[in-house]
Design a protein around this ligand. Structure first.
Ligand SMILES: *[C@@H]1O[C@H](CO)[C@@H](O)[C@H](O)[C@H]1NC(C)=O
Ligand SMILES: *[C@@H]1O[C@H](CO)[C@@H](O)[C@H](O)[C@H]1NC(C)=O
Ligand SMILES: *[C@@H]1O[C@H](CO)[C@@H](O)[C@H](O)[C@H]1NC(C)=O
Ligand SMILES: *[C@@H]1O[C@H](CO)[C@@H](O)[C@H](O)[C@H]1NC(C)=O
Length: 497
C-alpha cells in the first residue's frame, strides 16, 4: 500500500513508458545494428489497409500469436485470418521492406476502460513458449494475467529477441526467483515486475541492462542486498516494499540520470551514501521505513532538483540538524522526516526553502522554537510538528493557519503556544483544537512561557484520524506534485522520447 504514486498514476507511467517507446518516431526506418532481421519500416497501422494491398503477416509469427492468444484464454483470436489486420488493442505490427508485417508489441490485461487489451483467463493462463518465434518483438506487457495460476517467470523470456525494449509483468502473481536469464535482454529500457510474489535476491545479471530507463521490482518479497549499480541512463529505480537488507550501494551515485529513487519499506541499514549528492536530476527520493541509522550526508544539500525527500521511519542515529541543513535544496516541496529520531532545533535554513509545500517533522525530539522565517513559507499547505519538545510562540498568524487548517499539527509540544495578537486563533476552524494554548504576555526581560494548555490535556489528536488520512495523504501529495509543477509527469513523458 505504500507507493508514492497512486496505482492509476503508476499504470499511466508504465503505459507512457511502454507505449510511447515504439510510437514516438512513427515514420523512420529502423535499421538493426546486428542483423537485417528487424529492418522494419515504422508506419501508422492505418497505412496497412489502403495502399499495402497484398501485405500480410509473417506466417510463422501469425501461428505464434495464435499460440500465445490460446495460452491466455483468448481463443477467439485464432479465427482472425490475419492477426496484424485484426487490429485489436494490444497487438502492434510493422512492415518490412518486402511488405511483410511483423509483430512488435503484445499487451494483455484490462488496465482501464480506455485501454482494453485482451484480458487473460487468470485461472489457466500461461506465457506460451511460442513468444520466442516473434523476432521483432519490442514490447511485451502482461497485467494481472496469471494471478490464480501462480507460476515463475519463464527463463526462456531471457532468449527473447534482442530487439525487446519493454518487459512488463505487473501484478501477475509470479512466484519464485527473477530468472538470471533476463540479464540477457541487454536492449531493455523498461523492466517492470511490480507486485508479484517474487523471492530470492535481485540477480546481479540485471546489472548488464545498461540501457534501462526504468526498473521497477517493487512489492515483491525480494531478499539479499542491492548489487553494485551502474545504469547510466536509468531514470526510475523502484525497489520499494521488499525485504532487502544491507546498505545502499555508493555506486548509486554513478546512476546520473536518476529522477526517482524509491527504496521505501525494506530493511536497508547503514547510511545514505555521500555519492548521492551527484544525482543532479533527482526529483524524488523515498527511503522511508528502513533501518537507516546514520545522519544525512552533507552532500544531500547538492540535490537542487530534488522536490520530495521522504525518510520517515528510520532511526537516523539521533541526529541534530545543522543550521545549514537543506541549504541548496532549492526545489524542495515535500520534506517528510517524521519519526527519524531528530534532536535539537529546527534549522532556520528550512524557512528559506520557499517552495516547500509539505513539512512533516512530527514524532521527533526537536526542541527550541519554530524558526521565525517559517512565516515566509507562502506555499506551505501542510505542517506537522506534533509530538516534539518545541517551545515558544508559533511564528505565523491567521492567513497561514487558515490556509493549512487541519493540516497544521502542533499538538503534544508542551511548550508551544501562540501570541494573543498574532491572529493565530482567528485562523482556526472553530471546531478544531490546535492543541496549543495562549502564550503569557512576556514580562520585560523574561522568557515567554505557556499560560495554559488546551482543555483536552495537551490537545492530543486521536491517532486514528492520522492513520485513516495517511493513504489519502499519499495521493494528495502526489497530486500536488503533478498539479503545481507537472514536473514528474513531464519528465516521465520525456523519458520515453
Ligand atoms: C541479411 O539477410 C540475408 C538474406 O537472409 C543474408 O544473406 C545476409 O547475410 C543478412 N545480413 C546480415 C548483416 O545479417
Ligand atoms: C520462493 O518461493 C517459492 C515458491 O513460492 C518457494 O518454493 C521457495 O522455497 C521460496 N524460496 C525462498 C528462498 O524463499
Ligand atoms: C543467458 O543468460 C544465462 C545466465 O545468465 C547464460 O548462462 C546464457 O549463456 C545466456 N544466453 C545467451 C544466449 O546469451
Ligand atoms: C535541546 O536538546 C538538546 C539535547 O538534545 C539540549 O542540549 C539543548 O540544550 C536543548 N535546547 C533547548 C533550547 O532546549
Amino acid at each position: 500500500m505504500r507507493t508514492f504514486f497512486p496505482p492509476q498514476a503508476q499504470i499511466l507511467v508504465v503505459l507512457l513508458l511502454s507505449l510511447l517507446v515504439p510510437l514516438t518516431k512513427p515514420f523512420t526506418v529502423i535499421v538493426s545494428d546486428s542483423s537485417n532481421q528487424s529492418a522494419l519500416v515504422d508506419g501508422p497501422q492505418s497505412g496497412f489497409t489502403m495502399n499495402r494491398d497484398g501485405a500480410r503477416t509473417d506466417a510463422r509469427e501469425q501461428e505464434a500469436v495464435y499460440d500465445i492468444m490460446r495460452a491466455t484464454g483468448n481463443d477467439w483470436a485464432t479465427d482472425i485470418p490475419d492477426v496484424c489486420r485484426g487490429r485489436w488493442h494490444g497487438i502492434e505490427c510493422m512492415p518490412d521492406k518486402d511488405n511483410v508485417y511483423h509483430v512488435v508489441s503484445l499487451s494483455f490485461g484490462a488496465l482501464s476502460d480506455d485501454t482494453a487489451f485482451p484480458t487473460c483467463d487468470p485461472t489457466k493462463s500461461y506465457i506460451s513458449k511460442s513468444i520466442m518465434k516473434l523476432p521483432h518483438l519490442r514490447t511485451l506487457f502482461f497485467y494481472r494475467c496469471f494471478s490464480y495460476n501462480p507460476q515463475p517467470i519463464p527463463a526462456f523470456l531471457g532468449q527473447l529477441s534482442p530487439t525487446l525494449q519493454t518487459l512488463v509483468l505487473r501484478e501477475n502473481g509470479h512466484v519464485g526467483f527473477i530468472p538470471t536469464e533476463l540479464g540477457n535482454l541487454t536492449r531493455l529500457k523498461v523492466l517492470d515486475l511490480h507486485k508479484n510474489n517474487l523471492n530470492g535476491s535481485i540477480p546481479v545479471s540485471l546489472g548488464r541492462l545498461a540501457e534501462l530507463r526504468s526498473l521497477d521490482l517493487s512489492r515483491n518479497t525480494l531478499t539479499g542486498s542491492i548489487f553494485s549499480l551502474s545504469f547510466p541512463v536509468l531514470n526510475v529505480l523502484d525497489l520499494s516494499q521488499n525485504l532487502l537488507v544491507g546498505s545502499i550501494p555508493s555506486t548509486l551515485g554513478s546512476c546520473h540520470s536518476l529522477i526517482k529513487i524509491d527504496f521505501s519499506r525494506n530493511r536497508l541499514s547503514g547510511s545514505i551514501p555521500e555519492s548521492i549528492g551527484s544525482l543532479k536530476e533527482l526529483i524524488l527520493m523515498d527511503l522511508s521505513y528502513n533501518r537507516l541509522s546514520k545522519p544525512l550526508p552533507t552532500s544531500i544539500r547538492n540535490l537542487n532538483a530534488l522536490q520530495a525527500l521522504i525518510l520517515k521511519g528510520n532511526p537516523m542515529g539521533s541526529a541534530t540538524l545543522s543550521s545549514e541543513e537543506f541549504d541548496g535544496m532549492r526545489s524542495l516541496m515535500i520534506l517528510i522526516l517524521s519519526y527519524t529520531n531528530l534532536h535539537g532545533p529546527i534549522p532556520e535554513s528550512l524557512g528559506r526553502l520557499t517552495n516547500l509545500r509539505v513539512i512533516h517533522l512530527d514524532g521527533n525530539q526537536l526542541n527550541g522554537s519554530i524558526p521565525t522565517n517559517f512565516k515566509d513559507l507562502k506555499n506551505l499547505g501542510e505542517l506537522r510538528l506534533n509530538d516534539n519538545q518545541l517551545t515558544g510562540p508559533v511564528p505565523f498568524g491567521r492567513e497561514m493557519v487558515w490556509k493549512m487548517r487541519r493540516k497544521l499539527k502542533l499538538h503534544s509540544n508542551p511548550g508551544l503556544c501562540y501570541d494573543a495578537n498574532s491572529g493565530f486563533e482567528d485562523g482556526l476552524d472553530s471546531t478544531f483544537d490546535s492543541g496549543i494554548g495562549l502564550c503569557n504576555t512576556p514580562e520585560p526581560g523574561s522568557a515567554r512561557t505557556v499560560q495554559h494548555l488546551s482543555a483536552t490535556d495537551g490537545g492530543t489528536m486521536p491517532s486514528k484520524t492520522d492513520k485513516s488520512s495517511a493513504a489519502l495523504h499519499k495521493a494528495s501529495v502526489f497530486l500536488r506534485l503533478l498539479q503545481q509543477t507537472a514536473a514528474i509527469a513531464s519528465t516521465l513523458i520525456f523519458i520515453s522520447t
